[in-house]
Design a protein around this ligand. Structure first.
Ligand code: HEC
Ligand code: HEC
Length: 162
């Protein structure tokens, strides 16, 4: 073989190896994730429909006493502005007689200095900072949370947890 051909082959080798390797893989890269369907990375899929809110008006038990209860009703278009807080038109003390909504608890009247005010405290004004509706979506990751009651009633393994 002529010398210059050998040199040309040697120079092309680094380019040929990756090409040969990738030829063994089948198709473009796939992204397998529990958060999206198994599709090719380059494919566009239609977005799944936004799950509906749970609006059955049934209050949900809290997982621990300090949990802000989740909202069991529709909150669409309820406005919270400087002059108007629509949540309070049902949940503030003076309107619960007419609305039959549960009253915001005493903690909502306490300011950051521990003083109890006559009206809702500014730090509790934006209700949905803490209270959120739930949707009918199924969790993509299993939740293994156990509340304190099931921890206490767990059969004893010899340890003293009192
Ligand atoms: C039209 C009256 C009304 C309005 C407005 C309203 N709520 Fe309610 N809310 C209720 C009633 C009544 C309940 C009791 C459960 C039910 O009937 O849905 C309730 C329940 C709740 C609960 C559950 C309480 C618990 O102890 O489980 C939360 C949290 C809540 N509402 C937050 C809000 C927030 C935040 C807003 C504003 C975005 C709001 N609500 C606006 C009437 C209202
Ligand atoms: C900084 C977080 C936070 C904000 C903001 C907030 N809450 Fe709460 N809310 C809580 C927590 C925590 C609880 C449960 C413990 C308690 O009562 O303090 C609660 C309890 C409640 C309850 C149940 C009371 C009871 O006695 O069963 C209602 C109803 C409620 N909130 C409505 C509202 C409304 C309406 C607003 C807006 C005006 C609001 N919350 C703003 C944290 C918050």
């Amino acid at each position: 073989m002529p010398r210059h051909l050998l040199i040309a082959l040697a120079a092309a080798l680094p380019c040929l190896v990756p090409a040969l390797l990738s030829a063994q893989n089948s198709g473009p890269a796939r992204l397998d994730s529990p958060f999206r369907p198994p599709v090719n990375f380059t494919d566009e899929t239609t977005a799944p429909p936004i799950p509906a809110d749970v609006t059955d008006d049934r209050r949900v038990a809290r997982n621990y006493p300090e949990q802000p209860p989740v909202i069991p009703h529709n909150v669409r278009d309820y406005q919270i502005t400087l002059n108007n807080n629509q949540c309070l038109t049902c949940h503030s003390r003076q309107y619960t007689g007419a609305s039959q909504a549960p009253m915001i608890s005493i903690t909502h009247y306490v300011n950051r200095d521990g003083q109890t005010l006559g009206a809702v405290s500014p730090r509790r004004y934006f209700c949905m900072q803490c209270h959120v509706p739930q949707t009918v979506a199924q969790p993509i990751v299993t939740n293994t949370f156990k509340d304190v009651d099931s921890m206490i009633s767990r059969p004893s393994d010899g340890g003293d947890r009192r």
